[in-house]
Design a binder for this molecule. Sequence first.
Ligand code: BMA
Length: 333
Amino acid sequence: MNGTIITDGMNLPGMPWEERPEGSGEVMWRYSGNPVIPRDLLPDSNSIFNSAVVPFGEGYAGVFRCDDKNRRMRLHAGFSRNGIDWEIEPEPVRFQNDDPETGQWVYGYDPRVCFIEDRYYVTWCNGYHGPTIGVAFTYDFRTFHQLENAFLPFNRNGVMFPRKINGRFAMLSRPSDNGHTPFGDIFYSESPDLEFWGRHRHVMSPAKFEQSAWQCAKIGAGPVPIVTRKGWLLFYHGVLISCNGYVYSFGSALLDLERPWKVTHRSGPYLISPQKLYECVGDVPNVVFPCAALHDAGTGRIAVYYGCADTVTGLAFGYVDEIVEFTKRTSIL
Ligand code: BMA
């Protein structure tokens, strides 16, 4: 498969990869060694999930959601040569921030990492009178400089675009409530300076129950979108409210390149739903929650890192051309 439709990607020939298992008809398939990151990689970790990885130096780096044994939600930096075997810093990230108003750490979870121009931006769900979107940058995953929170509370799933749109930074987010939010649409915002955000545009609502039930309660952007000739490829999670609680799956959408709040296609079926034991059993059962994707422009391979049952981290593979084709073929728009 030739991944010719990735137009602006790096070559990552050594990224984690396994071919589709013999006889499988799935568009995306799981890594045979899942979970790739166990819950107890750190002596103090209760769980390591919903985490973000990017190419860095000769290998990879990331920001990991590690809930500790007090069940405090913390972010830790980590490094890996191969994207599979990770060394996570035992101490949480201490963001540099001289502003006493915003510099006090409350909690942080569900990070995303986005390389733009010369540095890595981290966005996460940051506790500031409730959940909102924290923003920081780093050059080396050792020192992190915290900026202003992007939005008012309550908000989650802040995901930046890897290049400026119309000359401005751009971010997807999901306004929410202070609890477990039984609703939620994805919005788009722009900023000239990463401090003042505006030009807010609606992107997507949950689907109709009769049409695509896995995404009928709420949705949220997942990994940083990938630029292709067919538009931005966005993986996003969707939630079904079952009689036993929330079920988190993920699917894909294509967004217009110049006006990314315009959704051109959106998958009806999910790509991955909680089916394996490590996705169905854990601190929060029945959750797959993608926060990062590596891709190799040369071959069109994609590796998605996703949280499993709010406990461990999984990896799933696919080819960008096939995922784009699936998104178009099954679109509910
Ligand atoms: C969401 C977030 C995620 C979590 C999911 C399922 O609201 O808190 O971190 O994976 O719920 O519990």
